[in-house]
Ligand binder design. Structure first.
Ligand SMILES: N[C@@H](CCC(=O)N[C@@H](CS)C(=O)NCC(=O)O)C(=O)O
Length: 234
């Protein structure tokens, strides 16, 4: 059995969708990031960046943090959604890294300025809205002559879907992205994608509302890391 350390956010959804798609049995452990579970010493041993998702494969005695690495591991373990042949595999991995280094962080920052800042920060809002818009266009152009980002449906599509999904909330729409819309609507229909998105959707989440949660999430600096690390040494 594999333990999935999870909270229902786009980065969590990448892995809940993957588990549903690949069929490996898993056990979900909630990491309530609005309450500080990500700083618990036992979690930091698995995920030194104090971020979920993370997994522990007890059978293999392996723990993994970072969504991209988890997706690769689950694909290799299940033999699904990542081709063996080198050229095809590299194509998937390029889009997986594109998500991890581009779409995810940029949409994440945009989400921060759209959903959480109290003060008006028009420069930041414009910067990240433009970049999100640009990245959606990159996907749209890529999808002009293909159904999926890299060959057949793969972990690259799974990684990107949860960060396209909040486009309305992030102030965009898919009207000008005809190919992206087709891809998005197709993925949305998949039962495994729906099951992955639904995992934990009814859990009580206060990371958007409480001031304590916001401070916990958004006032982190080096002291946060050193204090948390000191907790693991006790
Ligand atoms: N690059 C990481 C990003 C993970 C990440 O940012 N997770 C957020 C939730 S979406 C988190 O755990 N935040 C807790 C915190 O900021 O303390 C991945 O893809 O796994």
């Amino acid at each position: 059995m594999i333990d999935l350390y999870y909270w229902p956010t786009p980065n969590g959804h990448k892995i809940s969708i993957m588990f549903e798609e690949c069929g490996l049995p898993y056990n979900t452990i909630a990491v309530d990031i609005g309450k500080g579970d990500q700083f618990k010493p036992e979690f930091l041993k698995i995920s030194p960046n104090n971020r979920m998702p993370a997994i522990v494969d007890h059978e293999a005695q392996i723990s993994i943090f970072e969504g991209g690495a988890i997706l690769m591991y689950l694909a290799e373990k299940s033999g699904r959604l990542l081709p063996d042949e080198q050229a095809a595999r590299l194509e998937v991995l390029q889009w997986l890294f594109w998500q991890a280094g581009g779409l995810g962080p940029m949409a994440g920052q945009l989400s921060h300025f759209v959903n959480y800042t109290q003060e008006d920060v028009p420069y930041a809002l414009k910067r990240y809205a433009n970049e999100y818009d640009r990245l959606l266009a990159v996907m749209d152009v890529r999808l002009r002559d293909r159904d999926f980002l890299a060959g057949a449906y793969s972990i690259a599509d799974i990684a990107c879907f949860p960060w396209v999904r909040p486009y309305t909330r992030l102030g965009n729409d898919l009207d000008k992205f005809e190919n992206l819309r087709r891809w998005f609507d197709g993925l949305k229909q998949r039962p495994a994608v729906q099951a992955g998105i639904n995992l934990g959707k009814d859990w009580q989440r206060d990371e958007r509302s409480s001031e304590k949660a916001k401070s916990l999430l958004f006032d982190q600096d080096s002291k946060t890391v050193f204090d948390a690390a000191a907790g693991t040494e006790k």
